[in-house]
Design a protein around this ligand. Structure first.
Ligand code: PLP
Length: 352
């Protein structure tokens, strides 16, 4: 029950056991077409969709290096560790980066974003939808509308939300969006779904990224025109094909509702036990729950007991929250009532 990797359905593992074909085999090309269709459904978009060979961070890096050049103005919404990683990568590219932030446990205030956009005129605004380090789910609608009003390109990290929380890319008007396979998508780590709008594609045409491996123009040429660029992780693509099928079979709305209910049950249970949630109630993410630990509970000891005595894996605080919090994931196959009940009763046993 750590916030990724989540538990993987055995059918997904079985799919990975299929014999390998080459990345230029006609059946593999057919699989690429299927994956694109599945991703369009899951991202709720008509935009181009692909899988990158790499974890969520490869999606983050590709989303920045392919659309930005040194000196470009970039506004980054930072509400935790992963927003800060976006800032860091944009700075490495040599962009002129400005940060808009929010206090711990809170989401970005759209008014702050608007003021920053007015004063800074960025080319791109980037933020994280589900900030895994705090359990905050950033509401996107108002912020995306502000970006639309000022014609700012938008980039959203959905590594910890896609497949568990609604991410309607087209109706929100997100230009560039990426995710990771190992969280709410319920697949093993190693693949990053990515999608970008025609407006973003026009920018893509106008620059050559310094990074060859994550060059989206070349990767797009492979996905659409079958021109070899690199050998993708064939077995992981089989896994995603199965994992995405399971998501579509369950139905996006049913799946979001399952995650919502399970997250709420866990949060209510933790609060009833006296824990304080890190995220404000109105922006609490259903799939990642972070709680402050009272001074008498040592985080590393808690994790060790849960793992060794109860077989439950959890995550602890990172960056500024190191040593202060515990984090629980209720994602994909891990979002089941029995998991919540078992975790709560284990915690009760440890704390009594
Ligand atoms: N963005 C968010 C919101 C994340 O939670 C993570 C990982 O936990 C990442 C990016 C980085 O993904 P990865 O560890 O798969 O590279």
């Amino acid at each position: 029950m750590c916030p990724g990797p989540s538990e993987v359905n055995p059918e997904v593992f079985l799919a990975m056991a299929k014999p390998l074909v080459s990345h230029v085999d006609p059946t593999f090309f057919a699989l690429l077409d299927q994956l694109q269709g599945q991703l369009k459904t899951i991202f709720q978009t008509e935009n181009i969709c692909m899988l990158l060979s790499g974890t969520g961070t490869s999606g983050m890096e590709a989303s920045l290096i392919n659309f930005l050049e040194p000196d470009d103005r970039v506004l980054v919404g930072v509400i935790g560790h992963f927003g800060d990683r976006i800032r860091m990568i944009a700075e490495r590219i040599g962009c002129n980066v400005k940060v808009v932030s929010a206090p711990e446990g809170k989401a970005l205030d759209p008014d702050d974003v608007e003021i920053a956009i007015k004063g800074f005129s960025p080319k791109l605004f980037a933020c994280v939808h589900a900030e895994t380090s705090t359990g905050v789910l950033q509401p996107l609608e108002d912020i995306m509308n502000i970006c639309k009003k000022y014609e700012v390109l938008t980039l959203v990290d959905t590594v910890a939300s896609l497949g568990g929380v609604n991410v309607p890319v087209d109706s929100l008007g997100i230009d560039i969006v990426y995710s990771g396979s190992q969280k709410c998508l319920g697949c093993p780590p190693g693949v990053a779904p990515i999608s970008f709008s025609p407006r973003a594609e026009r920018i893509l045409e106008s620059l050559t990224p310094r990074n060859y491996y994550l060059d989206l123009r070349l990767i797009r040429k492979y996905w659409l025109e079958r021109v070899y660029h690199h050998t993708p992780p064939v077995s992981l693509f089989y896994a995603c094909n199965k994992g995405f099928d399971l998501i579509i079979e369950e139905g996006l709305i049913n799946r979001f509702e399952r995650h919502r209910k399970i997250g709420l049950a866990l949060q209510k249970g933790l609060e009833a036990m006296g824990f304080k949630l890190v995220a404000d109630k109105n922006v609490q993410n259903p799939v990642v729950t972070a709680v402050y630990l009272p001074a008498e509970i040592e985080d590393i000891k808690l994790r060790k007991i849960l793992l060794e005595e109860f077989g439950i894996e959890i995550a602890l605080g990172i960056a500024q929250l190191k040593g202060k919090i515990a984090r629980f994931g209720t994602m994909a196959e891990s979002a089941r009532p029995q998991n919540v009940l078992y975790l709560l009763s284990a915690l009760e046993n440890i704390l009594k």
